[in-house]
Design a protein around this ligand. Structure first.
Ligand SMILES: [Zn+2]
Length: 275
């Protein structure tokens, strides 16, 4: 599987924030992928008012929310990240982007997210008549993605995440087409794989999507445990991600990077999917 990457993703400058350019340190030797710059795709899922407000925050370098700092270039970088997600969907590739996206909803950002990269790519696929299954294995619940697709046709959102208590505090129960699997702090491979086998497989196989869109967050990897604060994290090893790879094998899939705050977590587990 090909990686979509561009050095522009290092230019969303957040200083010492956990979501910083150092996360991609192991990939900086990659050559730059050609990525479109098209702001109009933001409208696929976000309101015009929200897009304008993000632009203003970036121009003033004033944080979007308390936990989401931005710099002057962040708007432009975030537009490239969303376009990279669309390219990943077209090429069945892995979009190695930042800022991440799954906490951004129609009219809100936060949780280090400006625009919902994967949701923009998924809405584009839905508009082209495709049936899409979204798998989100980031440690956190993708509240933005759920808000965007709740009750929409031809799409299922399936998330495994830590809850409670963990940011953003949503995803405790399933709602219609949004299937939520809350798991406790320190979840092991055995319990995680059990959820994949008992819950993910039956729903994925019976839905039979044209494509699977994966919100790939490696803050669920054991090396990231407690990196955002004590009591936050799972004990997953490569075994769990290999199981996900095996389950997805019969389905055309693409991936978009979400969380993962130890550079080695991202390096080691991106390799599981791209090598
Ligand atoms: Zn996360």
């Amino acid at each position: 599987m090909k990686i979509i990457y561009n050095k522009i993703f290092l230019e969303h400058n957040t200083g010492n924030h956990p979501e910083n350019k150092g996360r991609l340190i192991y990939f900086t030797q990659l050559s730059n992928s050609k990525i479109n710059y098209d702001e109009s795709i933001l409208k696929l899922v976000h309101t015009k008012e929200y897009v304008t407000s993000v632009k203003k925050h970036c121009l003033r370098e004033s944080s979007l929310t308390l936990d989401t700092p931005v710099c002057k270039k962040s708007f432009q970088v975030a537009v490239y990240a969303a376009n990279a997600a669309i390219k990943a969907a077209e090429e069945k590739a892995f979009a190695l982007v930042r800022p991440p996206g799954h906490h951004a909803g129609k009219n809100f950002g936060g949780g280090f997210c400006l625009f919902n990269n994967i949701a923009i790519a998924v809405q584009d696929l839905l508009n082209n008549g495709k049936k899409v299954f979204i798998l989100d294995f980031d440690l956190h619940h993708g509240n933005g993605t759920q808000e965007i697709f709740l009750d929409k046709k031809n799409v299922i959102y399936f998330s495994l995440h830590q809850s409670p208590p963990c940011y953003p505090g949503t995803g405790l129960v399933s709602e219609n087409n949004c299937i939520n699997i809350p798991l406790p702090y320190g979840t092991s491979d055995a319990d995680y794989i059990n959820s994949l086998e008992k819950k993910l497989i039956p729903i994925l196989y019976s839905f039979n999507p044209d494509i699977v869109a994966v919100s790939a967050g490696f803050d669920s990897y054991y090396k990231d445990k407690d990196s955002l604060g004590f009591g936050i994290g799972f004990n997953l090893t490569t075994k769990s991600y290999k199981k996900i790879r095996e389950i997805l094998k019969p389905h055309p899939s693409f991936f978009v990077l979400e969380g993962g705050y130890k550079p080695e977590s991202i390096k080691e587990e991106v390799d599981v999917f791209v090598k």
